[in-house]
Design a protein around this ligand. Structure first.
Ligand code: ZN
Length: 62
């Protein structure tokens, strides 16, 4: 089985519309307080700010 292209879902900054380059480690609050939510923390280098992104669980891929 070949995976072909790297089909990683990218998330974009809502402010500058640039794709995030860094994924940050979630804080303990997000990890334990919002563990039931698929939240990821990204850092936008252009806006110089961290953004929380709600990621949808895509189970039926391909
Ligand atoms: Zn941005």
């Amino acid at each position: 089985m070949s995976e072909g292209k790297n089909k990683k879902k990218e998330h974009y900054c809502s402010t500058c519309k640039e794709p995030f380059h860094f994924q940050m480690h979630r804080s303990w609050f997000v990890k334990y307080g919002l563990f039931f939510l698929p939240i990821r923390k990204y850092f936008c280098a252009r806006c110089q700010k961290a953004v929380y992104i709600l990621v949808q669980n895509v189970k039926n891929e391909g």
